[in-house]
Design a protein around this ligand. Structure first.
Ligand code: GLC
Length: 532
């Protein structure tokens, strides 16, 4: 079994994690000093969000050079030392690769926009009208009104799927395809374990389509995977494709035409929150039932929150309205088709719901991806624009700046959360490590227990259907054995009969306790059981 099929991932925002040189920005030197926390937590693989040179108009997802490090994070040498230290601590590291677009400050684009005859013109997608590709949706709905932006200097429009400061690369141009393989080679040569590849459904454009998931895109991704397998066997590729399960399946590819080792399972995420809000398992059961089996050696990557808004793209308009009304009653909590809040505030900091959601994350199929700060229940800062409110400094201790940086507070890239509930004096790593009952200790216990329970890697899912709709109970089964996960999605205690099993079940989280016949789950309670 390859490591990635049963790994715990941790999404780390380098700018927000730890500041080593006291300039108010997180950096590789700071990160290195804090890796012990991740090793202790049981993380197998760190995913680093972009740290490339960038004007930071989309927090680094606007790359102005694929071959370096933004000076705020340090030098390439600091990156290498961080990778070495991650490996020394027995963890792996994948990095974000933003291949769909660059920054408009990338030298390629600066040259391309110089004139229609620029030798780099064809690196991007140009048009003399805005009427091409009309069937393509706009993703950043709150800011952009078109996927075309007019370039005054050269008198044509360029194509962009995200901000207009992020022109899309033209993958019909073989030189672009080759440049991206060079980029991949450069970073894999530095010893990283793979990539999380950003925004992959949008690489190609074709008239008369919605310009997503095109056959040309899949063909290129297969080429890319062949390149990686041939030169760097064992490295992994994780796809960010916010799509329905049936459209995600092709991103795993097929034997002989592989694409990704892992794909984020976007649609299940909002349904976990929906299930708790409605006290009804139906939406989760339905989406998991609609999720097709995936090829051997591949895995879903699952998550509760990430650095973006909690996306509601993969739900019906009615469900989206329900989610907005329930979880984002204030309009400023909404962004594009989503909710710009962190996990703990979403569930009113209700410890029972935070644990319940993590229990679902760790027991349903998929490799869990934690978002930095959620392990201690960090809050958000809704007064910051865009998605910045969920990207505030990591809260390490109750020292000034939450122990994130020694800079003056007004020099930080973002204020530290400092409100009475989620502020760093209340919520921080240090105090939760000292407290055996803390959220951090509980999540770590779940992580370590999951890692010792092999069936949770690839075991097949079997629902317990005969129970009240307020429960979400299922088996995971394979040659490693069986595992029974029980969840109460409601605010009322529920008692029900367990499937018969002699002599009983061992409660995995409360070591040693044996459970028989009936079980009583408190409000939002959960249990992990192993037949004995
Ligand atoms: C992905 C990233 C998001 C970014 C966008 C454009 O969706 O997760 O943060 O803004 O791509 O690169």
């Amino acid at each position: 079994m390859s490591w990635h099929t049963n790994a715990i991932f941790y999404e780390l925002y380098p700018r927000a994690f730890a500041d080593g040189d006291g300039d108010g920005h997180g950096d590789f030197a700071g990160m290195r000093q804090k890796l012990e926390h991740l090793q202790w937590l049981g993380v197998d693989c760190i995913w680093l969000t972009p740290f490339y040179p960038s004007p930071l108009k989309d927090d680094g997802y606007d790359v102005s050079s694929y071959y370096g490090v933004h000076p705020a994070f340090g030098q390439l040498e600091d990156f290498k030392m961080a990778v070495e230290e991650i490996h020394r601590r027995g963890m792996k590291v994948i990095i974000d690769l933003v291949m769909n677009h660059t920054s408009d400050q990338h030298p390629w684009f600066k040259e391309a926009r110089r004139s229609k005859d620029s030798p780099m013109r064809d690196f991007y997608v140009w048009s003399d009208t805005q009427n091409r590709y009309r069937d393509t949706r706009i993703i950043f709905l709150d800011t952009e009104t078109s996927n075309w932006a007019y370039d005054e200097g050269s008198g044509e429009y360029y194509w962009h799927r995200f901000y207009s400061s992020q022109p899309d690369l033209n993958y019909d141009n073989p030189a672009v395809r080759e440049e991206m393989l060079n980029t991949i080679r450069f970073w894999l040569d530095l010893g990283i374990d793979g990539f999380r590849i950003d925004a992959i459904p949008y690489l190609f454009e074709r008239e008369g389509t919605n310009c997503e998931n095109l056959p040309e895109t899949h063909q290129y991704l297969q080429e890319l995977r062949r390149f990686v397998d041939q030169h760097y066997p064992g490295r992994v590729l994780l796809a960010e494709a916010n799509q329905w399960p049936q459209d995600l399946l092709p991103y795993f590819g097929e034997p002989g035409a592989e694409e990704f080792h892992l794909c984020f399972h976007f649609p299940v995420m909002p349904r976990l929150y929906m299930a708790i809000a409605r006290e009804d398992r139906e939406s989760v059961v339905r989406i998991m039932t609609e999720t097709p089996p995936i090829p051997e050696g591949t895995q879903w990557a699952t998550f509760l929150r990430n650095h973006d808004e909690l996306t509601l793209e993969m739900v019906s308009p009615e469900d989206r309205k329900f989610m907005w009304d329930y979880y984002a009653p204030e309009s400023r909590q909404r962004l594009n088709l989503g909710i710009r809040r962190r996990l703990a505030p979403l569930v009113e900091n209700d410890r029972r719901k935070i644990e319940l959601l993590h229990s679902l994350l760790f027991t349903l199929p998929g490799a869990p991806v934690l978002y930095y700060g959620d392990e201690i229940g960090m809050g958000d800062n809704i007064s910051l624009p865009d998605r910045n409110g969920v990207r505030t400094p990591m809260q390490w201790s109750n020292a000034e700046n939450g122990g994130f940086s020694t800079a003056r507070p007004d020099a930080l890239y973002s204020p530290v959360i400092n409100d009475p509930v989620f502020g760093y004096t209340q919520v921080n790593v240090e105090s939760q490590r000292e407290d055996a009952e803390s959220l951090l200790q509980t999540i770590r216990h779940m992580v370590l227990t999951r890692k010792n329970t092999a069936v949770l890697g690839l075991g097949r899912l079997e629902w317990l259907h005969d129970l009240p709709k307020e429960t979400l109970c299922f088996w995971r089964k394979d040659e490693n054995g069986a595992f029974l996960a029980l969840h109460n999605l409601s605010a009322r205690p529920i008692t029900f009969a367990l499937p018969e099993f002699e002599p009983g079940y061992e409660d995995l989280l409360k070591t040693g306790e044996i459970v028989r016949e009936t079980i009583a789950l408190p409000a939002y309670g959960y249990r992990w059981l192993l037949p004995r």
